[in-house]
Design a protein around this ligand. Structure first.
Ligand code: TEU
Length: 563
């Protein structure tokens, strides 16, 4: 049997602070801006806020490059503002989960400054290596690994006169977890925040912390080069278990680890007491469905995915995770395209498909993570020139393609970028139809999506049957129905290529969820449902079929039945 836990029953809302709400008119969202909107979050019905990084940072990667783990970046406010936000959230029974970024620091962190000067105790805080020289006598990096932000994963440091490893930006040097003092320092900062009363951490890119002995060259063609060698490396379980024992084990805190390339079999070794003590994992299997053969930034293939594949991925995770594990359910976040543009239809069936996605997220087994703006159906935006983009990962990928001679300029990949760029998720939150959508009185740091007069919170709150209202209804339903949280999941009609249908069975009954995940009508067949539904609990259309067997569902029709 599965243990009951508050974080299994919770609905999480992810906030990208830069883009949520600006209280002081500098064009950048901030902590006071979030505090002003706690009522909004309460009204939506969410239980936990996951706050993306707000720490001291030179902002080379919007805060995922941390120079001071124990401070708040002035653009976001002060530590007092943070205390006030925490108190306000807790006063509304909303918990706060912070972002833990410890695969790397900023190069402006004092640890890196001390390490580059070889100060005693800090020599091995990072991966330092001498380089090689090629046949022309030019210096070349110690191995062939590539960076997620384009180019080599190594940069030369003039101070230390050695190369350092950075699998992300050159301003994000990788911490060397082989050094015991690094692991201790990380545990200290985790406890420092937990002692301040936070309710857990989302742990960034943590599958990358154990690099293989000798840092060998990679031979595969996955991008970035080397990712298969340093992902889920040799000592990962040792490091995570140790961190857990030193920190989380002593608190009532939830953890969700971002770990691309995790399979459900691997998850068992990470999750729960039988694993490393982690509570949940963000796996990436559904994020890869529409990627090219070389990975996400391969413009050779993008955008198409099969519903049958999504169903099989979800079935695997929902059904095969053992009792010691728990799923983290998400369709989007600050690194991914907008979910209605990627998995739904952001045009003709905008409302229908956005509510279908909500139905899936909130009725499947695992803790649902809603990314800001999903609840009003925010869409991908337009990025006419490379200069309009902000995301270093997208820009790095385009530069790599140009450098490799695969493309001559941005125009050749514009359509691909407009689908895939992380900037899509980062355009400011659309609160109302006033100038800058009520996000700021100043000049927004990233342009708003032009559709904000039509898609915004104020409109959604007023409108009967809006996406926003539907989210609220589903969140309430989940809170009221044990079977939707703890119930078993069974996939029906696995081969149906338009319908995603499943049951959730708990001790007090069974729900049947039928989703027509397509823009065409679909007939519900190929599944034997023994019981005729007792009632329709919720639907995103009026007058959905009372008995789904053999019935036709309209485009993106989503119905929750009680059997
Ligand atoms: O993202 C991590 C990340 O990009 C990889 O883990 C992932 O393997 C890849 O996207 C799969 O295609 C996190 C943050 O969410 C992101 O915003 C940061 O830029 C990054 O870490 C560096 O901190």
């Amino acid at each position: 049997a599965v243990d009951r836990e508050w974080w299994k029953e919770a609905v999480v809302y992810q906030i990208y602070p830069r883009s949520f709400n600006d209280s002081d008119g500098d064009g950048i969202g901030d902590l006071q801006g979030i505090t002003e909107r706690v009522e909004y979050l309460d009204d939506l019905g969410v239980d936990v806020v996951w706050l993306c990084p707000v720490y001291g940072s030179p902002m080379a990667d919007n805060g995922y490059d941390i120079s001071d783990y124990r401070s708040i970046h002035p653009e976001f406010g002060s530590i007092e503002d943070w205390e006030e936000l925490l108190a306000e959230l807790h006063a509304h029974d909303i918990r706060l989960v912070m972002d833990l970024v410890v695969n790397h620091t900023s190069d402006e962190h004092e640890w890196f400054q001390q390490s580059r000067r070889r100060e005693a105790g800090y020599e091995n805080y990072y991966y330092w290596r001498d380089g090689d020289v090629n046949e022309n006598g030019d210096p070349v990096p110690p191995n062939n690994w590539g960076s997620f932000m384009g180019g080599s994963a190594w940069s030369y440091d003039e101070v230390r006169e050695q190369w350092y490893l950075h699998i992300f930006d050159e301003k994000q040097p990788d911490l060397n977890w082989r050094t015991p003092e690094v692991r201790e320092a990380v545990a200290d900062l985790v406890n420092w925040w937990l002692d301040k009363g936070i309710d857990g951490f989302r742990i960034d890119a943590i599958h990358f912390i154990s690099k293989p002995e000798g840092l060998p060259d990679a031979t595969g063609d996955r991008e970035p080069t080397g990712v298969e060698l340093y992902g889920h490396g040799p000592r990962i379980h040792e490091y995570l278990r140790e961190l857990h024992e030193r920190t989380f084990a002593n608190y009532d805190a939830m953890t969700v680890a971002e770990m691309a390339d995790t399979t459900v079999e691997m998850a068992d070794d990470y999750l729960g007491e039988s694993g490393d003590g982690l509570d949940m994992i963000f796996h990436f299997e559904h994020m890869y469905m529409d990627n090219g053969p070389r990975g996400r930034w391969d413009p050779e293939r993008w955008g198409d995915w099969e519903l049958t594949e999504l169903k099989e991925i979800m079935r695997r995770w929902q059904a095969d995770l053992t009792d010691d594990g728990w799923n983290a359910q998400y369709l989007g976040n600050h690194d991914q395209p907008r979910i209605v543009s990627r998995f739904g239809d952001d045009d003709e069936f905008h409302r229908e498909s956005a509510t279908l996605l909500a139905t899936f997220l909130l009725t499947s087994r695992g803790t649902p993570f809603i990314y800001q703006g999903e609840e009003i159906g925010m869409t991908n935006a337009e990025w006419p020139t490379i200069d309009d983009l902000d995301d270093p990962m997208t820009i790095g990928a385009i530069e790599d393609l140009i450098e490799a001679g695969e493309i001559e300029g941005y125009d050749e990949v514009r359509e691909f970028v407009e689908y895939m760029t992380r900037d899509n998720a980062r355009t400011p939150m659309q609160w109302d139809d006033s100038e800058n959508a009520g996000f700021t009185d100043g000049e927004p740091w990233l342009p708003l999506n032009g559709n904000y007069p039509a898609i915004n919170v104020e409109k959604a709150r007023a409108q009967q049957g809006s996406i926003r209202q539907y989210y609220r209804r589903l969140i309430d339903l989940r809170a009221a129905e044990d079977a939707l949280v703890y119930g078993d999941f069974e996939l029906l009609a696995p081969d149906h290529d338009q319908l995603f249908a499943y049951t959730r069975t708990g001790t007090e009954g069974t729900f049947l969820i039928v989703l027509n995940w397509s823009a065409e009508p679909a007939v519900f067949e190929g599944a034997s449902v023994d019981t005729t539904p007792e009632s329709i609990v919720t639907s995103n259309y009026e007058e959905s079929p009372r008995d789904p067997a053999g019935a036709t569902l309209r485009p993106y029709e989503a119905v929750v039945y009680r059997l």
